[in-house]
Design a protein around this ligand. Sequence first.
Ligand SMILES: Cc1ncc(C[n+]2csc(CCOP(=O)(O)OP(=O)(O)O)c2C)c(N)n1
Ligand SMILES: [Mg+2]
Length: 317
Amino acid sequence: MMASANAKGFLSMTDPLYIGSASPYMEGILNYPTALDDVFNDVDLILNFGYQYVDDILPKMWCRGKPKNVIHISAHSAETIKEKYRFDFEVTSNVLDALQQLGEYAATPKQHFPADKLKTTIQSHRRRRSSYGRLSPIEVVEAVNKNIGGGKFITDIGYYRHHAILFSEPTSTGQFFTDAGLSSFGTGLASAIGAQFVDPDNSVFLIAGDGGFHSGSCDLETVARHTLPIVMLILNNNAFGLIERYQHRGGNGANEAILKFGSVDFTALAKANGVAGARASSFEELDAAIAGRDRSKPILIEVPLEYAEGDEFRESF
Ligand SMILES: Cc1ncc(C[n+]2csc(CCOP(=O)(O)OP(=O)(O)O)c2C)c(N)n1
Ligand SMILES: [Mg+2]
């Protein structure tokens, strides 16, 4: 079983049948070029529950290896997007009822489930720590995982969010949110504000890139005015990192004039808006800053970001 990003948490990572989530960028991030082949090659039946094309688990990710039958089970018909998403059979029904009925046919896990290697690879990446004063996005996600408790985890849009999709460990649905549809960067802070209003008793963690955060940082004033105790982690690489990767792949190099920007002191920006600011250059510093925060107030923690070597850019759509 695999979860789309926003369905993460419907099963525990320790469940032997649960693979976790998938991102079109996962083979590059994990430096595991056959990850999707290993998961999907031998599969002959795909059951999609509540599937939405915008959820970022794309047909190209599973259309490999053995021929497959695809069954779409959802409260809504997917007929209108059949050109992009081909299924053989559609069940328009209450998804929970369908799941309960199917439970009677559930298979027992095989001894060597092919996705075990994927889970092991994910675990080995979790343990890696940077040593160059900058953090990898995986370390930032790990710091959130360690401190989140029953809180919520929101991402803005940038390359790092695919690391969050793979490495976050929500224990229930409704805990991890990323805008996999329109993917408008700059919306992360507004989403975090909404989440904190809806759930004032639990912590809300936002991870945002510097580029995306520049597009919505005016709402720091909103955060301060309502004393929303959001933990904002700003991953700063002075660049539109994801777009830089696409431009490199185009073969003509990257156009630095539109990808790179000058250094901005996000801690000073936070303070100018009446929000506490801090900076963390190692996993330990980040963990300490999050754990030692005043939980009644917002905090912005700027994190110098480095996409790790071996984090090859590769996308499967
Ligand atoms: C409103 C909007 N404009 C442009 C894009 C295209 N886009 C996707 S990611 C990205 C760059 C993200 O940069 P940053 O937030 O710094 O994250 P990084 O990839 O550097 O970690 C851009 C421009 C978008 N998704 N939404
Ligand atoms: Mg950036």
